[in-house]
Design a protein around this ligand. Structure first.
Ligand code: UT7
Length: 332
């Protein structure tokens, strides 16, 4: 029995990245690494870095692009759901700061903390407001200023991350079987030890000691995260396809979180996808945490890789651990 009152469709998408580039050549001067190693082992050539401002500023730029391109009045937005692990400050939420910067005066909203699944979880949460009939227009944001929590003396992590923002608009659709069709989200809190930022919260409030011990930076036990990520993302993406009676052939575009091409390849292989079905842009942005998926969607639309009626599989895995797969039929 269909429990949803309405169906939620993505009707607009935009992204914004700061101009400043951090290239592999730049990183060669900062840590013991080289372009050949980073390119062949990590698949990243460059990342964008925000020099001035905060996460909500990047999100505001992405919103402005979306509103202008699609002729949307910001006052029409009912709810904002904002995935980020680098909010401007502990409180108020990045959502409140974004609202004030963009004139979404009739919206309420909140931040979602789910690391690399921040956008995927926010999309699912936002869809619930549309499906229940409590909102007509929901703005879903994924943005992170990773450069604010990365240790640029640690070659293991500093080459991986970049800054960016992406945003989508969710609206009601009358069309059958269009929009957000299904999702599968999980968390496993036992994974917290492998990927975290230990300082600055209530457990380790900021002090000289937490700064000296570099506790305000991303800590990643890469090998452990990798093993869980391969399993988690592959299983979640295969499950969402199979339980909807689909096969890899039906997938128009696979839009995975951009952390590691090998993790993406495993998930794509499990679904039986060819390279042309997989969205990849890690080479130009690195891992932008909550922003990777909306940037991919935005670029896929602007380059014509994503068209009305296409089946899209979104998948992400990240700190928490968090894991998400979402099945979407593209609406425009
Ligand atoms: O986005 C949130 C979720 N995160 C993920 O999904 C990330 C999951 N993890 C991974 O993708 C991978 O584990 C990493 C990319 C983080 C690391 O991959 P790895 O397979 O664990 O590392 P590796 O074997 O490719 O390289 C490790 C070696 C180390 O040397 P030893 O100890 O093996 O001698 C590092 O010291 O590579 C060395 N290394 C570097 N060498 C040159 C690490 N970084 C660098 C560097 N340049 N920048």
């Amino acid at each position: 029995m269909e429990k949803k009152k309405f169906r939620a469709a993505i009707t607009a998408v935009a992204h914004w990245v700061p101009d400043k580039l951090l290239t592999n050549a730049d990183l060669e001067k900062m840590v013991d690494t080289n372009d050949e190693w980073i390119t062949s082992r990590r698949g990243i050539k460059e990342r964008h870095i925000l020099e001035k401002g905060a996460t909500s500023d990047m999100a505001a730029e992405a919103c402005k692009i979306l509103f202008e391109k699609h002729n949307i009045n910001p006052e029409e937005i009912d709810v904002i759901v904002f995935g980020t692990v680098t909010p401007d400050m502990m409180f108020p939420s990045a959502t409140c700061l974004l609202q004030a910067k963009t004139g979404m005066t009739n919206a309420w909203g909140f931040d979602v903390s789910a690391a690399c699944c921040g956008f995927a979880y926010s999309l699912v949460v936002g869809a619930q407001f549309i499906e229940s009939g409590t909102a007509k227009k929901v703005l879903v944001v994924g943005a992170d200023k990773m450069s604010s929590i990365v240790d640029y003396t640690d070659r293991n992590t500093c080459i991986l991350f970049g800054d960016a923002a992406g945003v989508v608009l969710l609206e009601r659709t009358e069309e059958k079987n269009v929009g957000i069709l299904d999702f599968y989200n999980t968390i496993d809190g036992n994974g917290a030890q492998y990927l975290n930022m230990p300082g600055g919260g209530s457990l380790n409030p900021p002090s000289h000691e937490t700064v000296d011990k570099k506790m305000h930076y991303v800590f990643q036990d890469g090998k452990n995260v990798y093993q869980y990520a391969v399993k988690g993302m592959s299983e979640a993406s295969a499950l969402i396809v199979e339980r909807n009676g689909l096969t890899g052939k039906d997938v128009g575009l696979f839009v995975p979180h951009q952390a590691n091409k090998r993790i993406i390849d495993s998930a794509a292989q499990r679904m039986g996808l060819s390279e042309s079905q997989v969205m990849l842009n890690i080479d130009r942005y690195g891992n932008t945490t909550a922003a990777t998926i909306p940037i991919c969607l935005s670029e896929a639309v602007s380059t014509g890789r994503l068209k009305k009626g296409d089946i899209v599989v979104i998948a992400a895995f990240g700190g928490g651990f968090t894991c998400s797969s979402i099945l979407v039929k593209w609406a425009y």
